[in-house]
Design a protein around this ligand. Structure first.
Ligand code: F6P
Length: 545
């Protein structure tokens, strides 16, 4: 009943795509535009407030047709139905994958139990609690209003909340939201410097309540809290988001203040429920509801639209096209908004923890590339950092440009300048600059022949670098919900096609275990067997610490 186990490379479409690749790989995107004046209309999807232009890619209508045939051959539709239907598609952990239930308006049954009821109850508890904190009705141990919130969590229990609270700062209220994630004590100390324990609420977010970083940080913060505020009541200042109720209670958290996380919600897809509490506190329940509404609408789009008009499907396919046929090693995401500064790091966990897998769903090693490497940073800053390599480096790096038509703060002509850069960069990446164009320019600038010879090759831009442009009307809680959800479904589609399990993360376990062993060695005289390099590093550290 789980996902089908079809090796994509054994399909007819894969063979066809391979042959097609040979005929199209050296084609020029700008020539495509010259040949087809309607290209930008042919390769775009306009949906609600989203305008997704994928015309600046090394694709033609045959590419899309073949990629969609691939979806049909691996029975993507069947996988989508299983995903939304609560089938245990996270087979290696024997779990359903139902973060979509957290934003759904329909009844959802899991093993004949209507889980939507429970989702509603938890949401209503989160809203009531948030309203109390925001309005100041909730009082601290010394009857003061809460002014600061500290989210203590890591990975999915941090990256989503921090990314979204930053992205929606424009919509935020008076509460100051802080995040402690790294087990690095400096992170703890620097955050604690900014807060007053008497007016701070700490949210310990950990699905398992065993994660080393989170529990160490929570314990240190509790110790600090009690030393600074001896009359402070831990049960009033520490709350938890967890599926491990007993462990949270043991820490000193009152059962009333434990917000549950279900086992069918993976950490990196969890912002839509209790893990989103810091987001709800920051922007209020109504705005939080808008995020869910946006995601719900994208869910409907993904479920219902034919693949040709389906934004997550098309973006997933283009990414597979480059990853598996052009051998692209990475993909860059460039939001033209400082509010979306943390989106690339959020996507790194979502994409790479999900699809960084080297065994297929049959349990065999894969013979093809899977998970893309995702990186990026905001425009225009990144133009002055890594764009040189995008334009003239030797790597082939497809990109996603994300921007907004309407600014949230328009001072003078900042937004026009910002977005001119967005459009200019996608154009420059595609068109490049030919030798003739450079020559003409240098002649116009009256360069001597010698000087022209000296600089000419360095001023040439090869061009033909593909990009997708995701242009959204305005950054709102709702459009952000849609955007995050778009990438969630893109990840899903890719995992289905690559025939891998996207919803486990066994790859993070080994390092965790070894770190615990080494910690024992550092804190005692026991010495385990290590390679010489690791042994010497530990020795050097022990001697000096
Ligand atoms: O790094 C692995 C991981 O399990 C992530 O998937 C998860 O988001 C993170 O650790 C935090 O886990 P927890 O919420 O259980 O503390």
């Amino acid at each position: 009943m789980s996902l089908k186990k079809i090796d994509p490379t054994k399909t007819k479409s894969w063979d066809n795509l391979n042959s097609h690749y040979k005929t199209i790989k050296s084609s020029s995107i700008s020539d495509f535009f010259k040949e087809n004046p309607f290209r930008s209309d042919d390769f775009k999807i306009e949906w609600e407030d989203f305008y997704v232009d994928f015309s600046k890619n090394i694709i033609n209508s045959k590419t899309i047709k073949l990629l969609i045939e691939l979806c049909k051959e691996v029975d993507l539709k069947n996988s989508i139905d299983k995903y939304f239907g609560g089938v245990k598609i996270n087979s290696t952990e024997n779990r359903s994958v139902l973060h979509t239930a957290l934003r759904s308006k329909e009844k959802i049954f899991l093993e004949n139990i209507d889980i939507s009821k429970n989702v509603k109850e938890v949401k209503s508890k989160l809203k009531k609690f948030s309203n109390k904190i925001i309005s100041g009705k909730f009082k601290s141990s010394s009857e003061k209003k809460i002014t600061d919130i500290v989210n203590i969590g890591i990975g999915g229990s941090d990256l989503g909340p921090i990314m979204v609270t930053h992205a929606l700062k424009h919509y935020s209220n008076h509460l100051k939201i802080h995040f402690i994630s790294n087990v690095d004590g400096d992170h703890v100390v620097e955050t604690l410097k900014k807060i007053d324990p008497e007016t701070t609420l700490f949210i310990i977010v950990s699905k398992t309540f065993t994660t080393q970083e989170t529990i160490t940080n929570a314990n240190s913060v509790k110790k600090w809290f009690l030393s600074k505020y001896p009359n402070g009541d831990v049960s009033k200042h520490f709350i938890a988001v967890s599926s491990s109720i007993e462990k949270a209670k043991k820490f000193g958290i009152s059962e009333n203040y434990i917000f549950p996380m279900e086992d069918w919600v993976g950490g990196r897809f969890s912002i839509w429920g209790s893990v989103g509490l810091s987001i709800m506190l920051s922007i209020g329940p109504d705005n939080f509801e808008e995020i869910l509404e946006g995601a719900y609408e994208m869910d409907q789009h993904f479920k219902d639209k034919p693949f040709e008009e389906n934004i997550p499907v098309i973006l997933a396919l283009i990414s597979i096209w480059y990853n598996n046929f052009f051998n692209a090693e990475t993909e860059v995401v460039i939001p033209y908004s400082e509010y979306l500064k943390l989106l690339p790091s959020y996507l790194q966990q979502a994409v790479m923890e999900s699809n960084g897998k080297n065994y297929d769903r049959n349990g065999n090693p894969v013979s093809y590339e899977t998970g893309n490497i995702i990186w990026g940073s905001t425009g225009t800053n990144s133009q002055h950092a890594f764009f040189q390599l995008l334009h003239q480096g030797t790597k082939f790096i497809p990109s996603d440009f994300i921007g907004f038509i309407e600014p949230l703060n328009n001072k003078n002509d900042h937004h026009e300048k910002l977005m001119s850069n967005f459009f200019a960069q996608t154009e420059a990446l595609m068109n490049g600059k030919t030798e003739d164009e450079v020559l003409k320019e240098l002649n116009e600038l009256k360069y001597s022949e010698d000087n022209i010879k000296r600089v000419l090759p360095f001023k040439i831009f090869q061009g033909n670098k593909p990009s997708n442009s995701i242009l959204i009307n305005k950054l709102t809680p709702k459009s952000l919900g849609k955007l995050i959800c778009l990438y969630e479904h893109k990840i899903f589609v890719q995992g289905v096609i690559w025939n891998i399990f996207s919803f486990d993360q066994w790859g993070v376990e080994l390092g965790k275990k070894l770190a615990n062993n080494i910690l024992n060695e550092i804190q005692s005289d026991i010495i385990f067997t290590h390679d010489e390099s690791t042994k010497n590093l530990i020795k050097k550290f022990k001697k000096n610490s």
